[in-house]
Design a binder for this molecule. Structure first.
Ligand code: UTP
Length: 413
């Protein structure tokens, strides 16, 4: 009991520091189990992000954007054998691991289950996770060895994802090479920066964006595992691109041969104003300029061959050198404060699911990690062969469009 009192006092202090004392409003009416749940949530969550709501205009702006040359397909083809040999050697020596970022909410797809469990099959079940693992198995067969496979989940989908993988025998992957970890959660607030309550014993929260993956890996104690396994490169990828190549030996080899500490798979933009982030330099360091940040000047800029200078969009498939990630781990990544619809409990105890945005969520993004790297190789891939993202049910970047692309690539659905 004394222990609970102490924890409560510490929680009160932490909440007061960030103007969130209302979170304990119902504390005395809760059962001991509920009190315990709320205190743990307060202890674990970084509440400092809420203070930025009132300082949104002061968040650092962008630096000077200049072009960063991509390695284009013809150049890759010319040296493919050399790069492949380098990459395969690294994979065989256990130096390359894959990291699946599967902590997102997948709200646009609107499924009740985690996105990796979504079935895109037509004549038989083909789950998104299965598709990704089938792609990984191509490399496993070529290299003659399984490589470590880390899967980031969130509190919202962890148990279901783990159970799903077990139920399906890891879709043929070696279970000893699969490691799950949970990403951190961030509070969700109203427009005044006050944390919403989801219930009397729970703050409204959501996964803190895909940029926190390495520090979450560290928190989960997996850095020791990386060292023990001798992993030197981490290939991070999104859950939703069902055609992407993972631990692609040629990509790994090219990044190493070019002496880069990171690499990003990119596709040629369909149009200069296409809605994808483009690789660039920002104040001389690798970075990604978002489509809505493109000024007319950037849109019209040309490279030495007369092609658009910001012509290559990122597809959320990055390669990072592990020692560099450790170096930047304690640096604070930029905070993105995003307006969202946040379900909450109102003052009368009713659970409200808003139809329009009613506050903020706080996210860090993996693309800001690229800017922390000294160098990055933008590596061009053929869009129709490696880019089939599933964000929506129908229309652009949807189950429908991804199915068509899978069929085009000879994948039976
Ligand atoms: P998206 O930006 O598409 O977000 O994530 P989402 O949550 O999956 O989907 P919407 O926006 O709610 O519809 C890109 C990748 O980053 C991962 C996702 O799982 C996906 O692989 N991600 C996103 C995380 O791992 N954690 C997060 O907090 C957010």
């Amino acid at each position: 009991m004394e222990m609970m009192e102490e924890r409560k006092a510490l929680a009160e202090k932490k909440l007061e520091e960030y103007g969130q004392s209302h979170v304990l409003r119902y504390y005395d009416t809760l059962t001991q189990e509920e009190q315990e749940k709320l205190l743990s949530q307060i202890e674990q969550m970084d509440l400092s992000v809420t203070k930025y709501v009132h300082h949104r205009d002061e968040l650092p702006g962008r630096g000077v954007i200049t072009p960063l040359k991509a390695m284009e397909i013809p150049e890759i083809q010319e040296k493919e054998d050399e790069y492949r040999a380098i990459g395969l050697k690294e994979i065989r020596e256990g130096k390359v691991a894959a990291v699946l970022l599967a902590g997102g909410m997948g709200t646009r797809l609107g499924s009740d289950h985690p996105k990796c469990m979504y079935d895109i099959g037509v004549t038989h079940p083909v789950f998104i996770m299965q598709r990704l693992i089938e792609n990984m198995m191509d490399v496993v067969r070529e290299a003659g060895t399984f490589f470590p496979f880390f899967i980031m989940t969130s509190d919202k989908n962890h148990d279901t994802t783990v159970a799903f993988m077990k139920e399906h025998d890891y879709f043929g992957y070696d279970p000893d090479k699969v490691f799950f970890f949970r990403q951190d959660m961030a509070p969700a607030t109203d427009y005044d920066g006050k944390i919403y309550m989801e219930s009397r014993c729970q703050m409204a929260s959501s996964p803190n964006g895909n940029g926190g993956w390495f520090s979450s890996m560290n928190k989960a104690g997996l850095l020791d595992k990386l060292h023990e396994l001798g992993v030197e490169w981490l290939n991070c990828f999104a859950v939703d691109n069902v055609l992407q190549r993972i631990a692609d030996p040629v990509f790994v080899g090219a990044t190493i041969a070019e002496n880069c500490v990171s690499g990003a798979k990119v596709v040629r933009k369909a149009a200069p104003d296409e809605k994808v982030g483009a690789m660039c330099l920002e104040d001389g360091r690798p970075s990604i300029v978002e489509y809505y940040e493109m000024t007319p000047e950037l849109l019209n800029a040309k490279d030495a061959n007369g092609n658009p200078a910001y012509n290559f969009g990122v597809i959320l498939n990055y390669l990072f050198r592990e020692d560099q990630l450790e170096e930047i781990m304690d640096d604070k990544l930029m905070l993105h404060i995003v307006e969202k619809k946040i379900p909450y409990m109102d003052a009368n105890g009713n659970f409200i699911k808003p139809e329009t945005p009613n506050g903020f969520k706080f996210e860090q993004l993996i693309l800001d990690m690229v800017h922390e790297m000294e160098s990055c190789l933008p590596y061009e891939v053929e869009r129709s062969c490696e880019f089939a993202p599933i964000k929506n049910k129908t229309g652009v970047d949807s189950v429908e469009s991804a199915r068509k692309l899978c069929v085009k690539n000879g994948i039976q659905l």
